[in-house]
Design a protein around this ligand. Structure first.
Ligand code: AMP
Length: 319
């Protein structure tokens, strides 16, 4: 299925040669970051019962149902440990900066390679998700690294999360092939799909508000303000508000959209999405980055916010 054989063996041999393995992923984790992290943990534990595998980084309450835990480890644990960083393009966004203390570091990621790091890097930015890459790793290694139902559940959640349920253009034949393998491993795909798709009533009510107040201009640029006041009114926290992001894309007239999430320090986290026009180079100009059609950025004040919207509008004008 692939001509990348060396990288799988290289990663496998490193896993084989370390007794302690510590898995990191990005801050503000989504189901793909957690799915790849927890899925790889379960795979290593099942195939190498004598190894100790830790997963670190904070977990938002709304994704606790996935069952990935934060290991309580100290500096000493990193001595003679292999660190694998998943789904994280740049070092600044690695949750838990102790990753650097590992004896060897492997990067596995599907974002554009803006910040190469680690002793071994496996980066493919056309892949749907890092979870899909972990399924492939298992597939390519065959009997040496067999899939289990427990790992498959998390990896399937990761693929569903990062593809919006197989909706985005990063989905290809590999995605369906590996998702099929996960179903064969015993995953209840309907249950996981439902768990990731449903939202608490309070978030649905906030969605109702957002749908009636979204700003859309004549070029198809939309933005929504999730102010502290609004989040308080609906009792929705910043992590839970992530469910609002894909909803704006369901509006036919919208081509690019930004969700501004007000932060406690007065800055705005910007969650930028696009249906077809590449946006990550704009996100990079505002302390961010990401995928071609799904990026994040940070603006300091209202004038920077306007400038970001203007840059995005410009993309649509020049289409
Ligand atoms: P989000 O809107 O937080 O779901 O992020 C969408 C995509 O952009 C993800 O792939 C993130 O990894 C990436 N991203 C978000 N914020 C940043 C940032 N400040 N710097 C670089 N990449 C980011």
């Amino acid at each position: 299925m692939s001509n990348n054989t060396n990288i799988y063996r290289q990663i496998f041999e490193l896993i084989q040669s370390y007794n302690t393995i510590i898995l990191h992923r990005h801050i503000h984790p989504d189901p793909d970051a957690l799915g790849a992290q927890g899925g790889l943990q379960r795979l290593i534990e099942a195939n190498f019962p004598d190894k100790v595998v830790y997963t670190v980084g904070q977990i938002p309450e709304n994704l606790e149902f996935l069952g990935v835990k934060t290991s309580d480890i100290r500096f000493g644990h990193y001595q003679q440990a292999l660190v694998i960083v998943l789904d994280t393009a740049n070092q600044a966004r690695i949750d838990d900066q102790r990753y650097n203390l590992g004896e060897k570091i492997i990067k596995i990621d599907h974002h554009p390679a803006t910040d190469p790091y680690g002793d071994v890097q496996w980066v493919e930015d056309h892949r749907s998700s890092t979870s899909e890459m972990i399924v492939q790793l298992s597939h390519e290694l065959g009997n040496d690294f067999k899939m289990t139902k427990e790992a498959a559940e998390l990896l399937y959640a990761g693929i569903v999360g990062d593809t919006g349920r197989f909706l985005y253009d990063s989905v290809d034949a590999n995605t369906f092939y590996y998702a099929g393998q996960l179903q064969e491993a015993g995953v209840n795909t309907a249950l996981i799909g439902r768990n990731l798709d449903q939202m608490p009533l309070k978030v649905a009510q906030l969605a109702g508000y957002v749908y009636s107040h979204v700003n859309i201009n004549e070029n198809g640029l939309a933005y929504v303000d999730l102010t502290n006041q609004l989040l308080r009114k609906f009792n929705v926290d910043s992590d839970e508000s992530s469910m609002i992001v894909p909803l704006i894309g369901k509006i036919e007239e919208v081509k690019i959209w930004v969700i501004f999430v007000a932060q406690a320090d007065g800055t705005f986290r910007c969650r930028i999405r696009s249906k077809e026009v590449t946006i990550n180079h704009v996100a990079e100009q505002y302390r961010g980055g990401g995928h071609h059609l799904a990026s994040g950025a940070k603006v300091h004040d209202l004038s920077e916010r306007e400038a970001l919207l203007e840059s995005l509008n410009h993309l649509l004008e020049n289409e």
